[in-house]
Design a protein around this ligand. Structure first.
Ligand code: SAH
Length: 230
């Protein structure tokens, strides 16, 4: 995430700069760059940033977009508006995946609240990115657009949800043992009529469990065993 830069072009409301810093911080981003902000620093940015004051304090200000993205291997321009001529178009999810796969410094570039990105700014970037939204109301608040992109970047890392505790997985032998026990129990109780498809049905059922643990299979087998005893 340290390779990702968020660039705000000519933001007019300092509150949005603070809210963007907060959005970044909640998703693990910290490199904020401002191109010719109308007012910065200002009291409103600190109010909106709350605990992301460090992101604001480290934000660098640049005179032009070219200067702000000079050290980046690729830049992704965010715009709600489709353009007749543009760099290649991606949605936010695909853009995040592309950025993470590049494994190099990249910038996500946002336009001003009033006018969005200029054509020159758009063509300084290699990608045009849309956040899918309702037709006719597709323009998000600047900081909310930063939030969506930051979230997609976090998800694209593939580390948002820690892997499940790794228990010993059941082997084919364990699972065949369970099927044997199920059949015994179903026959002993006259539950399984001759010609019944029960065998196939429970095999189908358990085949949909991607990673049965040995312990889980043993619990089911233990239960069947004790029912059979009675
Ligand atoms: N009024 C401006 C939009 C301002 S919203 C216009 O007409 O272009 C501020 C910025 O948030 C935009 O420049 C863009 O970078 C980003 N943004 C807002 N909604 C977006 C969307 N649906 N997809 C991509 N970026 C969006």
């Amino acid at each position: 995430m340290s390779d990702i830069r968020i660039v705000l072009c000519r933001p007019s409301h300092p509150g949005n700069i603070g809210a963007a810093a907060r959005a970044m911080k909640t998703m693990g981003l910290s490199d904020l760059r401002l191109v010719a902000p109308q007012r910065f620093p200002a009291p409103e940015d600190a109010w909106m940033a709350t605990h992301a004051a460090d992101v604001l304090a480290a934000a660098r200000t640049h005179a032009t977009l070219t200067e702000a993205i000079a050290d980046c291997a690729a830049a992704f321009a965010l715009s709600a508006r489709p353009r007749e001529w543009s760099p290649q178009v991606l949605d936010a999810r695909a853009a995040a995946a592309r950025a993470v796969a590049l494994d190099a410094p990249v910038a996500f570039v946002f336009g001003s609240e009033s006018a969005g990105l200029s054509n020159d700014e758009l063509f300084a970037c290699q990608f045009l990115v849309h956040i899918p939204a309702a037709p006719g109301s597709s323009s998000l608040n600047l900081a909310q657009a930063v939030q969506v992109v930051s979230y997609e970047l976090l998800m694209a890392q593939g580390t948002a949800v820690p892997p499940m505790r790794s228990e010993k997985l059941a082997t084919v032998d364990d699972i065949e043992g369970l099927y044997g026990h199920l059949e015994q129990a179903a026959t002993a109780n006259d539950f399984m009529a001759p010609g019944s498809k029960l065998r196939e049905r429970w095999r189908r059922l358990f085949s949909r469990v991607p990673a049965l643990e040995r312990e889980e299979v043993n619990i089911l087998r233990g239960l069947l065993k004790s029912l059979l005893k009675k």
